[in-house]
Design a protein around this ligand. Structure first.
Ligand code: GZL
Length: 321
């Protein structure tokens, strides 16, 4: 009897190892689930709207929701996920605060046989993948959001401007990709220059403080691009405190679509904002149900976002949150 060659044995071993880790854990079909939702923090209207959306859908989706709030700490969010694993939840829904620190927690859930659905923010795709380590990423196209904000600003300024960029939470996928989308677009226009770019951590008052500081170094700024409306509104307060007229001396463009942003656009203080929907409850319930049924789930369940400027902000107030 001919023994299989070393190559054949190695191939089977590799495949076997591969197969063992080929797929993320499954979700059985049943009437009710114990679902963990690990939130990053509740420091702005966007995050509060997201949490409300998840809590509102829980009842109709048959979820007994285990909710945690990491208070802005990725380390605490890791501990929150580990606690959900210890509680043997059926499914973990995670908005990873930053792209890298949450990956070990995702792998621990996989090892414990608990499927993870990422919503709102993603993990570093070089270190973990949909279908293999987690079920899918449900969220907006942050690069496209940055590009759309940049496109609008180029049109609004005739392709000329000294831009201050207020970045979101350092290391988060929305901050990384909103920066990439915007900066790549603006770099194509010789008259547009990002003169300063700094994190305001997606928070209103931090955005105001950073804008106040950057204004001292760049008093001739003509435009502000904020990675979210909260920082944009903080920047508007800083501009006004410095005697500038937002919407006239300085054009402000942002992302999210909060009610305060729609109000600022209608009042002429903000130019435009790209929606970044926080309403993840229904789409997460639908995706989990399809997954349990055995449907093929795409690696990215993309959320489509609207766009608001002075032409539609007032009429769209009901979209705000
Ligand atoms: C986007 C989300 C961002 C919002 C911010 O999906 O992660 O986090 O744009 C929020 O307002 O803090």
């Amino acid at each position: 009897m001919r023994l299989p060659s070393i190559t054949a044995i190695a191939l089977v071993a590799t495949l076997g190892a591969g197969i063992a880790h080929a797929e993320s854990p499954k979700l059985k079909q049943k009437d009710t689930y114990k679902v963990g939702f690990a939130q990053t923090e509740s420091n702005n209207p966007w995050r509060i709207a997201e949490t409300r959306s998840m809590q509102e859908v829980a009842k109709s989706c048959g979820w007994n929701l285990v909710y945690t709030d990491a208070g802005g700490s990725a380390a605490k969010q890791v501990a929150d996920v580990e606690s959900m694993i210890a509680q043997k939840v059926d499914l973990i829904v995670l908005a990873p605060r930053e792209e890298k620190p949450l990956i070990p927690a995702v792998m621990k859930a996989k090892k414990a046989g608990i499927p993870v659905i990422l919503i709102d923010r993603n993990v570093d795709q070089k270190l973990a993948g949909a279908g293999k380590d987690y079920v899918t990423f449900i969220g907006s196209d942050f690069i496209d959001q940055g590009r759309r904000a940049g496109e609008w600003l180029v049109k609004a300024t005739g392709g000329k401007g000294k831009i201050v960029e207020l970045e979101g939470t350092t290391g988060s996928s929305p901050a990384n990709n909103r920066k990439k989308g915007f900066d790549d677009l603006v770099a194509k226009h010789a008259g547009m220059k990002v003169v300063a770019s700094q994190s305001g951590d997606f928070a209103r008052d931090k955005g105001r403080q950073v804008m106040q500081t950057l204004l001292q170094a760049h008093p001739d700024v003509t435009a502000v691009y904020a990675h979210n409306d909260e920082m944009a509104i903080g920047a508007i307060a800083a501009l006004e405190a410095a005697g500038k007229k937002p919407g006239q001396d300085v054009i402000v463009v942002s992302i999210d679509g909060t009610r305060d942003a729609l109000t600022a656009i209608a009042a002429g203080k903000m130019g435009a904002t790209v929606q970044s929907s926080p309403f993840f409850g229904p789409v997460t319930c639908d995706t989990a149900r399809k997954f349990a049924k055995g449907d093929q789930i795409p690696a990215w369940v993309k959320v489509e976002d609207k766009f608001y400027d002075k032409s539609n902000a007032q009429a769209s107030m009901a979209d705000g949150y």
